[in-house]
Design a protein around this ligand. Structure first.
Ligand SMILES: [Zn+2]
Ligand SMILES: [Zn+2]
Length: 368
């Protein structure tokens, strides 16, 4: 995959922020940076991917990314030596992180467990899951999440709820009582993450992760949507059941490629999530949202003009469809009664992007 993200283009871009942060964002020249926030390596002692941190960083750098969060299980893979290689060049940034592989013993489940994995992005110390290593007993999922989120924040990091539908583990009630803003994967490219939800033979229904996100937003939460690779396999690209790199990512806006700037963009929701749709620009102000999308080129541009089509759905409270707009310049004008408005973009080949909600009810101020 080649880079289709303009790394250095100065864009006049506003975002879904409070008025002050918005003014700050607009005042300076912002760049787009493509980043994967969920990445595994083979770093000892117990990581479960099949390539070294050096190999992994080089893979992402060579494939159109500018930043990477390494999130091995229960271990902080050292990124200092990795970043030293790029010092002074400002073209790639590695951020230290961990996937807190939280499990809950639940004999009613076929596997005997439910999974509540959560990433700590930019944390300064490792965090052990409750009941590690066997798994927690006698504690509610929401209390485990709250405990892990508090520890992530105390360690200077940003919490990211991972793959809610992995083994159908997370339900709305497990997240509703959480107070803090957090990131959540609406798309995790691990091949059995069940992002689209489903129903089993007993009639048990699980919402899609995107619908789960709307339920949280509709309940007044501040949740920013992430797409990520959850990479474990770096060689077997012919195996569609392997969690390989380069499938899902975020593109964030920051003035420069520093950990502070990237972390601020993630905290403030100044990014979009994607599995292949690229934004040329994004603007939001008190009147509405508008954006320009990049036309996906043909594999063989010499023989065919671009013909991929795209539709943008503007979505509000309750997951309600507010407007559906075709073409590369979708826009939505606020009517005045929306609590939030976000955009879901999907093209005629299944590639998607999700922009963050613009909150119209003042909740972002309350959360700061
Ligand atoms: Zn996980
Ligand atoms: Zn993972």
């Amino acid at each position: 995959m080649t880079s289709i993200v303009p790394q250095t283009a100065a864009l006049l871009v506003m975002s879904a922020l409070s008025a002050n942060a918005l003014a700050e964002a607009v005042a300076e020249s912002m760049n787009w940076y493509r980043c994967n926030t969920h990445t595994h390596t083979s770093a000892p002692p117990k990581s479960d991917a099949n390539a070294s941190p050096e190999f992994v960083v080089e893979w992402y750098k060579a494939h159109g990314y500018q930043c990477l969060v390494i999130t091995d299980h229960e271990f902080l893979t050292d990124v200092t030596s990795l970043n030293r290689k790029y010092a002074g060049r400002s073209d790639f940034l590695v951020i230290q992180g961990q996937e807190i592989t939280q499990a809950l013993i639940d004999e009613s489940r076929p596997t005997g467990k439910r999974h509540f994995h959560i990433n700590g992005i930019g944390i300064g110390r490792a965090i052990m899951p409750v009941g590690y290593p066997a798994g927690a007993r006698g504690i509610a999922p929401v209390d485990m999440y709250a405990r892990n989120i508090a520890q992530i924040q105390a360690a200077g990091g940003i919490p990211q709820i991972n793959h809610p539908n992995l083994q159908w583990s997370v339900q709305l009630n497990d997240l509703l009582a959480l107070e803090s803003p957090f990131l959540m994967e609406v798309w995790n490219a691990f091949p059995t993450s069940n992002n689209l939800g489903g129903i089993d033979d007993t009639g048990d229904v699980a919402a899609s992760t995107e619908a789960l996100w709307d339920s949280l937003l509709s309940a007044g939460k501040v949740v920013w949507a992430v797409a990520s690779d959850d990479t474990h396999e770096y060689y077997r690209f012919d195996d569609r059941l392997s969690p390989t790199p380069g499938q899902a990512w975020v593109v964030l806006q920051a003035a420069q490629l520093t950990q502070t700037a990237v972390m601020t963009a993630l905290r403030q929701g100044r990014f979009y999530a994607s599995t292949g749709v690229t934004l040329q620009s994004y603007e939001a102000d008190e009147h509405g949202i508008s954006m320009r999308l990049v036309q996906t080129p043909e594999w063989s541009p010499a023989t065919s003009k671009p013909n991929t089509r795209v539709v943008t759905r503007f979505i509000g409270g309750g997951g309600r469809l507010l407007a559906e707009v075709t073409g590369l310049n979708p826009a939505y004008r606020f009517k005045g009664d929306e609590r939030y408005v976000r955009a879901q973009i999907i093209d005629s080949n299944g590639r998607r992007a999700w922009t963050q909600p613009v909150f119209r009810d003042g909740r972002l101020k309350l959360a700061e």
